[in-house]
Design a protein around this ligand. Structure first.
Ligand code: AMP
Length: 396
């Protein structure tokens, strides 16, 4: 399926291997609060260490526009070191690559691991500029891209660098992501159900339209459902609404009919008069949202209908929570979907971002077949777009 060179095709003994990881993890006051992306990088790193490579790791973290002490990757080096059971030397340098960094790399022995500073400390990173791409390439004999989360971006550390390193491959995480997401859209076991939620129609409209060509059922919840309610002729009070997307929502409803896809929208919704954790709430039909009230979750009837719609599914893709799951009173819809998916004998795929956080937070992470590490990348892939970070890697 994937015609790219992989880490299994490499002979890295004694070679300098530049590995693009996705260590874009949440860090609060210097502490990593979710290390899933670090854990996901370990299989590739362990393989390359065992094969005697000299590993130079790189990643971006956050969106600094240049050097910013708050965005240092140093905490990641410490955490990685404890997971790998060996020192990970942090090559702190605001220029990311410098003569001092090159000298440190030249000192490395087989199996050693070093981590470069945040690639976004170099402003050219996001412009795919040649100078920084060449700087990165000067550290490496081989380049491995295992950063699925940034595979949809053509940056120096994902695309530019490949032009200046003699050999390149994808890592195990990248392979795993492409296997699950690619398998679902190319050759899904049926019935195939997609569940889309989250805040905005505009973020997901392309993926909704693409998935309408593939799925048997499409379930829509979360903040974006209210734009569909308006498309159905209801009013939505203070709920999230993208007026300029009502046309798209109508089109999706029509397309689903034309393609014979069963489209399920919430029949009821949990509404409040204020947006906060402890707000008083009640459940109303989707057609009964009064002025001054806004929907923060799907209602009980919708939970039951969505759960029933998932029964018997063989492939499920879920992207976007059903409500404001960060507040426990409004997490019930998201929880119901997680529970229903966990109970299935099916390939269950979580499309990264907030749904991945929700599923992990609610304790269902290990019940899913695959949780993507890339929200934006998985959406673009499901939209049918090529991922530049994958395309740039050598063919097998
Ligand atoms: P996304 O990143 O598009 O998947 O959106 C996730 C965010 O959507 C989460 O932070 C949720 O709190 C938010 N969200 C989900 N449902 C609603 C809703 N009914 N009203 C407001 N925000 C929502």
């Amino acid at each position: 399926m994937l015609n790219k060179k992989t880490v299994n095709d490499l002979n890295v003994k004694g070679k300098r291997v530049l590995v693009r990881c996705d260590f874009n993890v949440p860090i609060i006051d210097g502490a990593i609060t979710d290390e899933n992306r670090i854990l996901a990088a370990l299989p590739t790193l362990k393989k390359l260490i065992a094969d005697g490579g000299r590993l130079i790791l790189c990643s971006h973290l956050g969106k600094p526009k240049g050097p910013d002490p708050k965005a240092t990757l140093e905490p990641v080096a410490a955490r990685l070191s404890s997971h790998l059971g060996k020192p990970v030397k942090f090559l702190a340098d605001d220029a990311v690559v410098s003569d001092a960094v090159r000298a440190a790399v030249n000192e490395m022995k087989d199996g050693d691991v070093a981590l470069l500073q945040n690639t976004r400390f170099r402003a050219e990173e996001t412009k795919n500029g040649e100078a920084f791409s060449k700087d990165l390439a000067s550290l490496a004999d081989v380049f491995v891209n295992d950063a699925f989360g940034t595979a949809h971006r053509a940056h120096c550390s994902t695309v530019g660098v490949t032009a200046f390193v003699p050999e390149s491959a994808v890592g195990y995480l990248m392979q795993e992501e492409l296997k699950f997401l690619g398998g679902a859209i190319q050759n899904p076991a049926r019935p195939f159900v997609a569940i889309l939620g989250g805040a905005k129609v505009s973020d997901k409209i392309l993926v909704i339209k693409e998935l309408l060509n593939k799925v048997d059922k499409l379930i829509i919840g979360g903040g974006m459902a209210y734009t569909f309610f308006v498309a159905q002729g209801h009013t939505v009070g203070d709920s999230l609404l993208e007026v300029d997307r009502v046309k798209d929502a109508k089109e999706v409803i029509e397309l689903a009919k034309a393609k014979g896809v069963e489209l399920l929208l919430p029949v009821d919704t949990v509404v409040t008069q204020e947006f906060n954790r402890d707000a008083a709430y009640k459940t109303v039909p989707s057609s009964g949202i009064e002025d001054g009230w806004g929907g923060l979750d799907i209602g009980e009837k919708s939970r039951d209908i969505f759960t029933a719609a998932l029964a018997g599914a063989k492939t499920v893709i879920w992207n976007g929570p059903m409500g404001v799951f960060e507040f426990p009173n409004f997490a019930k819809g998201t929880l119901a979907v997680a529970q229903a998916m966990a109970a299935l004998d099916a390939t269950t795929i979580i499309g990264g971002g907030d749904s991945a956080a929700a599923v992990n937070q609610l304790g269902y992470g290990d019940k899913m077949s695959h949780i993507s590490t890339g929200g934006g990348a998985s959406l673009e892939f499901l939209e049918g777009k090529a991922l530049p970070g994958v395309e740039a890697v050598q063919n097998a």
